[in-house]
Design a protein around this ligand. Structure first.
Ligand code: AMP
Length: 369
C-alpha cells in the first residue's frame, strides 16, 4: 500500500500486465498501418510513460508528438477541459493515432475530435491503454484498447493524484478505507456460538451470518441450495466448500454497508478460511479476531440432546449424528485454530458457565481488539 497526499492506494495492475497490454496494442496497430508512417499523438501529461514504452516497441518508422489538455482535477473528471496546446505540425493527409493513457468519461476525447475536425488528416484513430466502460458516456469509436478496468480511481504509470504518482511503474487503485470489525465466532457444535452472536451483534452493531441458519432457511424454502445442503447436514457432515463459500459471499454482498460481521459456523475448513480472507481483502478489510468458545465434548453432547428436544433440528436429535458433527469439527475445523494463531488473531474463551458470564468474557476480548 502507498500514500499519496491524503489518500491510500493499493497495487492494482503490475508492470508485467502493463507491458503485455502495450505490446498487444503495438502489434495490432502495426498490423493495421502496414508501411504507412503514422504520427502518434500523445495526450499529456498522463500518456508520457505509455507513449514512451509504446514507440520503443513500435517496429517501424513513426513520428511522435504531444498535445496537452487537462482533464483531471483532484479525482473527478471535470466537465470543462482546458484548451489544447502544442499542435504545431501540419497533419494534412497523415494517419494519426491518438495515444491516451486512460479514457473514462470521454470528455477529453470529445475535445480531441473537435480539434482534429479542422486538421484534414487522412485517418484519425484512437488508442487508449486503459478504458473504463462503466464511465464512458460518448459514442466515439475506440479503435485500440489495452485493458478494460472498473470505474475506480487509479494512479501510476503517468497518472497522478494531485501531482503525485506519475512516476510509479505500476498502477495503484484508490483504497476505500473501511473501518469494519469482523469476528469469527468459533467452537464445536453446541458451544453456544449462535446464542452469544445474538448479544454481540446488538452490542457492536454487526451483521450476524450463521451458515447453518442460512442452510436451514434454504431447506425450509426448498431451494436448490437447501436440497443440496440437506443431504450432508442430515448426516452431520460438512456441505462442500465451494457451495458454502459461494453462499457466504452472497450473504456478505447483501450487506454491503455493514459495520462488520460475526461469522458463526464459518469458516470450517482451510479453504473456507482462505476464501474469507480473500473476500475481506476485496473489501479493503480483514478478519480482526477468531474468538473460540471452548467446551468439553461430553458437555456438548448433553447440551445438543437437550436442544434437540425443542429445536426441531434433525441433527440435534440423534446422539450418533451429534458425535459425527463433533468428529467433523476435530477432523476438519479445529485446525483453523493454527491458521488464526499464526496471525495472532486467536482468542480462546471458556464456554462453560451462565450465558451472561460467557457474554462478558467475549466482550472483554472484543473491547481489547
Ligand atoms: P451449525 O448450525 O453451524 O451447527 O451447522 C449445521 C450444519 O450445516 C453443519 O453440520 C453442516 O452440515 C452445515 N454447515 C454449516 N456451516 C458450514 C460450513 N461453514 N461448511 C460446511 N458445512 C456447513
Amino acid at each position: 500500500m502507498i500514500k499519496l497526499n491524503d489518500l491510500y492506494f493499493k497495487p492494482f495492475i503490475s508492470e508485467k500486465e502493463i507491458d503485455s497490454a502495450v505490446s498487444k496494442m503495438v502489434t495490432e496497430i502495426a498490423n493495421d498501418l502496414q508501411d504507412e508512417v503514422p504520427v502518434f499523438v500523445g495526450i499529456l501529461n498522463g500518456s508520457f510513460m505509455f507513449v514512451s514504452d509504446f514507440v520503443k516497441k513500435y517496429p517501424k518508422p513513426c513520428e511522435v508528438t504531444f498535445i496537452k489538455l487537462a482533464s483531471y482535477e483532484g479525482i473527478k473528471s471535470t466537465e470543462d477541459i482546458q484548451r489544447l496546446i502544442g499542435l504545431t505540425q501540419d497533419l494534412t493527409g497523415r494517419k494519426v493515432v491518438i495515444l491516451e493513457d486512460i479514457i473514462d468519461s470521454g470528455n477529453t476525447l470529445e475535445e480531441v475530435h473537435r480539434i482534429f475536425k479542422n486538421e484534414n488528416v487522412d485517418e484519425l484513430k484512437i488508442a487508449t491503454l486503459f478504458y473504463k466502460p462503466e464511465a464512458y458516456k460518448k459514442d466515439y469509436k475506440l479503435h485500440y484498447v489495452g485493458l478494460e478496468i472498473p470505474n475506480k480511481f487509479i494512479v501510476g504509470y503517468g497518472l497522478d493524484y494531485n501531482g503525485l504518482g506519475r512516476d510509479l511503474p505500476e498502477i495503484y487503485q484508490l483504497k476505500t478505507t473501511q473501518h469494519m470489525t469482523n469476528l469469527v465466532l468459533f467452537g464445536p457444535p453446541g458451544a453456544g456460538k449462535g446464542t452469544q452472536a445474538e448479544f454481540l451483534k446488538d452490542k457492536y452493531n454487526l451483521v450476524h451470518i450463521s451458515t447453518g441458519d442460512v442452510f436451514r432457511f434454504n431447506i425450509k424454502n426448498e431451494t436448490a441450495l437447501g436440497m443440496l445442503a440437506k443431504s450432508y447436514m442430515d448426516k452431520g457432515e460438512l456441505v462442500p466448500d465451494q457451495v458454502t463459500i459461494d453462499m457466504l459471499n452472497a450473504e456478505v454482498e447483501k450487506n454491503a454497508d455493514a459495520n462488520g460481521f460475526i461469522f458463526d459456523g464459518f469458516p470450517r475448513t482451510n479453504a473456507q478460511a482462505q476464501a474469507l480472507d480473500q473476500l475481506m481483502d476485496g473489501k479493503d478489510s480483514q478478519i480482526n479476531a477468531m474468538i473460540a468458545l471452548e467446551v468439553d465434548d461430553e458437555v456438548l453432547v448433553k447440551r445438543l440432546l437437550e436442544r434437540g428436544k425443542t429445536s426441531g433440528r434433525k441433527d440435534d436429535a440423534d446422539e450418533t449424528i451429534i458425535r459425527n458433527r463433533i468428529t467433523e469439527y476435530y477432523k476438519k475445523t479445529a485446525i483453523l485454530k493454527d491458521y488464526y494463531t499464526a496471525q495472532n488473531k486467536y482468542f480462546g474463551v471458556d464456554g462453560v458457565g451462565s450465558i451472561s458470564e460467557i457474554t462478558e468474557r467475549l466482550n472483554a476480548v472484543i473491547d481489547k481488539l
